[in-house]
Ligand binder design. Structure first.
Ligand code: WTA
Length: 642
């Protein structure tokens, strides 16, 4: 087994500021509901709740029953009212090099204008609005304007196709789409509004009454009079005064579509009070956030849940000053992120392992050419981070001193569930460690029996055995699928099944091994794809690896690996394949040795950066390819086919 059990000492300075929070665990364990009530009190409530949790009718929890609040008021107004109107909320960095600093007072004016215009369009609390926009400030303003009016937004990632947009519009029955004329993609202005037109012109009537368009690139834009409106001709002229109404704690704040095991995306529903409570709580403690001092940068896109909880709702509720960047990390060159860190003095940097591995591939001389000394804390999210990437991240980006918070959570959980608390608890490279105070989790076998700590062969299922404030309240329009997907496996116990495999080490710390459908069974041995990938990436010649289980007559499943070599490595592929098989045998066990290893120039990834294992399995097993519509570049397959 390759588990690396090193904990690391947090920096003395960091430990000193964070140590007081050790008591959090004890307080939360002693009285969970009182603990969450305390966290909810970080927010402004127009009306107090009468009950912290109503868990009578599992699987649907109600948190902060009868409480009323306004999410936008909490994220914007109250900071201005408290005298922080001049504090920068957003340092926005456009892809072409333009930039804007938006203070809380300016954000309040913009959100109020947008809210006034949306109300003038006849939209009412409970109506749905689709937001299909690149990372421009108006995207965040739009989300907050919806929240302010009680409109339920559905953000659709701007790189999704017209048909993906249409299916989401139809499922949620959106009355309005907010978009931009175009978006910048590596120096080119690419149309976006045209995709909205295509989505709405499929011959079927849609629920959409208006399309509100922000001019971003100046690209030529098709127009439908009566339906389409320019933001600068409408929102910009609306009044900057707007009084926020309060909404019920269980009012639906947003729907966010995510892929399940079937082809049809699930509309994950999040509500208001519990969601904002946990988003703000986690952002505060996990990132040890200091309002007015930190410059926080989460590199996600608002098209994903990380962008919702850790660009918009969590940080703004906590009066963060944050960087929002429109473009890719290698435009105009691979120095872009580090130039931005230097320009704004970023102190907290939260990104995904796939990007860390990309930085590794580009070489450490790139970050080394910059002064990154402002960074004091690093975050990771989206997949298990391999120890090699973890160490590189800490050493090269964190100067060997910044703690890393490896945050496990899901679109469905709404906010971070497991993470070290930096300076308070230990961390190990690649481990999600322990649930945060107020959260509980278990690693169990298929009968619900907890797996023994240190039992490395017995990888279990990760379950959440108690409701949490930011939990999903359902799948939009499909209560049956909601129950079936998350609550059926341990129905008698009322546990949420996370879909992830995990194990608990001898110290009682949790290692998330990846989705259960990615756990292979070779001759009756359970082996995680992530484990084999860790081993492969541990070889000096390998930049990235993806592993899938494929059917095998003798062993049930066999392991197929696809690897990208480090640039500059040009071994004959037979030699590297032999070395890699030996590495895996050595690092894990001969049973984990891949049957097939294919050296490839690229891996098929979703636009959120996740490797599409299902498609790799199709390739490895010689099947016709399934749906590739969410891929970054479907042409990648031409290079992959044997
Ligand atoms: C995986 C992203 C290990 C996991 C916020 C989960 C992780 C899925 C981690 C959710 C982590 C996310 N360590 N695995 N720190 N973070 N995952 O819905 O498999 O895009 O179930 O939410 O990502 O992905 P989603």
């Amino acid at each position: 087994m390759t588990d690396i059990q090193t904990s690391y000492p947090p920096s003395a300075e960091f430990a000193a500021v964070a140590n007081g929070d050790a008591a959090l665990y004890a307080r939360a364990a002693a009285d969970r509901e009182a603990f969450w009530a305390e966290q909810a009190n970080r927010l402004h409530w127009h009306e107090p709740w009468t009950q912290v949790l109503d868990w009578s009718g599992a699987p649907v929890a109600k948190w902060f029953v009868d409480g009323k609040l306004n999410v936008a008021y909490n994220c914007v107004d109250r900071h201005v009212l408290a005298g922080h109107g001049d504090q920068v909320a957003i340092h926005w960095e456009g892809e072409p090099g333009d930039s804007r600093d938006i203070t809380y007072a300016e954000l309040l004016a913009e959100v109020s204008r947008a809210a006034n215009h949306l109300a003038a369009l006849g939209l009412h609390a409970g109506d749905r609005v689709a937001i299909y926009m690149p990372m421009v400030p108006e995207a965040i303003v739009s989300m907050l304007a919806c929240a302010r009016l009680g409109l339920t937004h559905s953000v659709v990632f701007a790189a999704f196709s017209a048909s993906a947009l249409r299916s989401r519009i139809d499922d949620a029955q959106a009355r309005l789409v907010i978009t931009t004329d175009g978006q910048w993609r590596r120096g080119q202005a690419v149309s976006l509004k045209a995709a909205v037109d295509e989505a709405l012109a499929d011959g079927q009537a849609s629920t959409v009454e208006h399309v509100l368009v922000v001019r971003r690139t100046g690209i030529e834009t098709p127009w439908t009079d009566g339906r389409d409106q320019w933001w600068h001709e409408t929102v910009a002229h609306a009044s900057a005064e707007h009084v926020a109404d309060a909404f019920d704690a269980e009012h639906p704040l947003y729907i966010l579509y995510t892929s399940g095991t079937t082809g049809k995306p699930k509309g994950i529903v999040h509500t208001t009070g519990g969601y904002l409570t946990q988003a703000a709580y986690t952002h505060h403690y996990v990132f040890d956030h200091k309002p007015g001092q930190d410059v926080y940068w989460c590199t996600a896109d608002i098209g994903w849940v990380t962008g919702h909880s850790y660009i918009v709702y969590g940080p703004l509720a906590n009066r963060a000053t944050e960087v929002v960047y429109e473009g890719t990390p290698n435009f105009p060159d691979e120095h872009r992120h580090w130039n931005i860190v230097e320009k704004y003095g970023v102190t907290v940097y939260y990104t995904a392992p796939t990007l860390v591995r990309t930085f590794m591939k580009w070489g450490r001389e790139i970050p080394d050419a910059h002064d990154l000394s402002s960074i004091r804390l690093l975050g990771s999210v989206g997949e298990p981070i391999n120890p090699e990437a973890w160490r590189w991240y800490r050493e090269v980006i964190g100067a060997g001193a910044a703690p890393i918070v490896d945050t496990w959570w899901q679109t469905e959980t709404g906010a971070i569930m497991m993470s070290p608390l930096p300076g308070v608890t230990a961390a190990k490279p690649g481990a999600a460690m322990k649930p945060l105070p107020g959260i509980t989790a278990k690693v169990v076998d298929d009968k619900g029996v907890s797996v023994d700590p240190g039992e490395t062969e017995a990888n279990g299922y990760l379950v959440l055995d108690q409701p949490w404030p930011s939990m999903l309240r359902g799948i939009w329009g499909d209560p049956e699928r909601f129950r079936e997907t998350y609550w059926a496996m341990f129905a008698d116990r009322g546990w949420y099944f996370a879909g992830d495999g995990a194990k608990v080490d001898a110290d009682g710390d949790t290692w998330v091994l990846g989705r259960v459908d990615d756990v292979m069974n070779v001759s009756g041995h359970r082996i995680s794809t992530a484990e084999v990938e860790h081993a492969l990436v541990g070889h000096a010649g390998v930049a990235e690896a993806a592993v899938v289980g494929v059917s095998d007559e003798t062993t049930g499943q066999a392991i197929a690996a696809f690897v990208i070599l480090q640039s500059g490595v040009d071994y004959p592929s037979e030699q590297i394949v032999a070395e890699l098989k030996a590495t895996v045998s050595q690092e894990i066990s001969p049973i984990a040795k891949p049957r097939d290893i294919t050296v490839v120039p690229e891996l098929p990834k979703t636009r959120s950066g996740k490797i599409m294992r299902r498609l790799l399995r199709d390739i490895a097993e010689g099947r016709t390819l399934g749906d590739t519509s969410t891929l970054v570049d479907p042409k990648v397959f031409d290079a992959l086919r044997p």
